[in-house]
Design a protein around this ligand. Structure first.
Ligand SMILES: [Zn+2]
Length: 505
């Protein structure tokens, strides 16, 4: 009886939440017209203190010590904000900086695109579709991308970081709040739309020293790429897109204050200027800065063993502190502001072309199957052990974009997929040629964790769960445990290349 109960409950957890949903689109526009852009930032910060429910105020919680919530009268209810990242059972102890839904809307008169970035570790496709269904039609959006910065210091929106691995860490009310605030952000960005000029700039080497690759082969995606949108009439900055690829986890695992990690300091520096103490060293550009992450798999990180140099004192900061995250933000802001002073291209007019594909990926990972069945991962399946996800490729004049629904290994994007001895399938690289080679634009942006978070997207010829292990390891490398399966990368790569061809690239 109990067994039947459990399996019916599992099936209801796995039920398709958006049957027949498809985002497929193909819009090819070779003509050029005036561009418009709008930006907005709406906070999605959780209320931390109000999570405490205690009738007589004698509840105590000792942060850092998993379970010591006590209430003398037994009246306390421990319902904290669980911080997503590193390990289970990390209750937030306060807020360091606001987390956001930041939006850029771009419009060529025919197509209106929304790009929303959430300060979240990830956001699943079912929830993305929920938001799209909530967006009022009169906003005229052709397509809306909802991606995550992948901060490891914010509230759980996926479910994997609750009190135990068997209990979702997502607070349903908070999830609803995030969805509503995201709609507000899109609405405000549309309201702020103005005729715009886009200035494109990049610094492909300056930020290399700030990232470590924790798994061979050593391939990075450490180029910084920027779009600054300027109001054609007033000359004021409307906003900017700041693209880089690194795990926002510089604060590492001890921090219990909600934060966006280094993207917070990066955005602040670009908007308001870079300060050394109270003195302004470099003025900011104003507007709303939107940080987006690229290929962070493999794994791109400012590991706690990896120093960041304070740009003013020259001091090497190793310990994961807010000081280190701020130094990193300052470094990135200085590189960005310098690059933006000499744009490589100014776009006055352009057309937007777009190809979107919905696809079904097999769930190969037993832990994911279990988490889905238990409802720890609150997402439906779209067929027996399949997940619906989405890819998009688009271009705005000479600027090309691809979106990836998770954490793709940079070698798939930039080249360098390896086939080390000991790989589980004994195969040569499949994910070739690299995606970026097939993007025709002069400037090539990758938006990772976009419209979904399906985990690591690992080249199949690097897949390694069985002995003998690659590179002479004694144990399997980290990555596969948080991947949908070995078929994911070849499918994502093949589809992206086909779509880029359809786009005419
Ligand atoms: Zn990650």
């Amino acid at each position: 009886m109990a067994l039947i109960g459990v399996s019916i409950w599992s099936l209801s957890n796995m039920k398709d939440r958006h049957p027949d949903y498809s985002a497929d689109l193909k819009i090819l526009n070779e003509s050029s017209s005036e561009l418009k852009a709008g930006f907005a930032a709406v906070p999605i910060t959780p209320e931390v203190s109000d999570r405490w429910e205690d009738k007589n105020g004698d509840a105590k919680y000792n942060p850092g010590d998993g379970d010591t919530f006590t209430d003398g009268n037994g009246n306390g209810k421990f319902d904290p904000v669980w911080i997503a990242g590193f390990s289970n059972s990390k209750p937030a102890n306060g807020v360091h900086d606001d987390t956001w839904a930041r939006t850029m809307v771009i419009d060529d008169g025919k197509t209106r695109l929304g790009i929303v970035i959430l300060d979240a570790i990830g956001f699943m496709h079912d929830d993305v579709v929920d938001i799209r269904k909530m967006v009022p039609e009169e906003l005229g959006l052709t397509y809306t991308i909802i991606a995550s910065t992948h901060t490891h210091e914010g509230p759980d929106l996926l479910g994997l970081w609750g009190k135990t691995p068997f209990k979702s860490g997502v607070n349903k009310e908070y999830m609803q709040f995030v969805k509503e605030q995201t709609v507000q952000s899109i609405q405000a960005a549309v309201k702020n739309i103005r005729p715009a000029r886009l200035e494109i700039s990049q610094d492909l080497t300056g930020a290399i020293p700030q990232v470590k690759d924790t798994r061979r082969p050593e391939v990075f995606d450490s180029g910084l790429r920027f779009i600054k949108a300027i109001d054609k009439e007033t000359g004021k900055t409307l906003g900017s897109l700041l693209a880089w690829s690194n795990h926002p986890e510089t604060l590492w695992s001890e921090n219990l204050l909600v934060s966006s990690d280094f993207p917070h300091f990066f955005r602040e520096g670009v908007e308001k200027g870079v300060f050394w103490g109270d003195s302004l060293v470099k003025p900011g550009i104003g507007g709303v800065a939107v940080y987006l992450n690229g290929a962070v798999g493999g794994l791109m990180t400012t590991h706690r063993s990896h120093p960041v140099i304070d740009p003013f004192t020259g001091q090497e900061l190793l310990e994961p502190t807010f000081e280190k995250a701020a130094a990193q933000g300052n470094q990135l802001s200085l590189l960005a502001l310098d690059a933006m002073e000499n744009p490589l291209e100014v776009i006055e007019e352009a057309g937007i072309s777009l190809v979107v594909r919905t696809l079904q990926l097999p769930i190969g990972n037993t832990l994911f199957k279990l988490a889905t069945a238990l409802g720890v991962l609150d997402r439906g399946t779209s067929g027996w052990m399949k997940m619906r996800t989405e890819l998009a490729v688009f271009k705005v004049g000479p600027v090309s974009f691809v979106t990836v629904p998770g954490e793709i290994y940079p070698e798939i994007i930039n080249g360098g997929v390896a086939a080390p001895e000991g790989n589980d399938f004994g195969i040569e690289p499949l994910e070739v040629p690299p995606v970026r080679d097939k993007m025709a634009g002069k400037y090539k942006f990758v938006i990772g964790l976009a419209n979904d978070e399906i985990g690591y997207i690992i080249p199949k010829s690097q897949w390694d769960t069985k002995a003998p292990f690659t590179y002479g390891r004694d144990n399997p490398p980290y990555g596969e445990v948080n991947s949908l399966g070995a078929e994911t990368a070849p499918m994502v790569h093949r589809n992206l290349l086909e779509m880029l061809k359809e786009l005419g690239e």
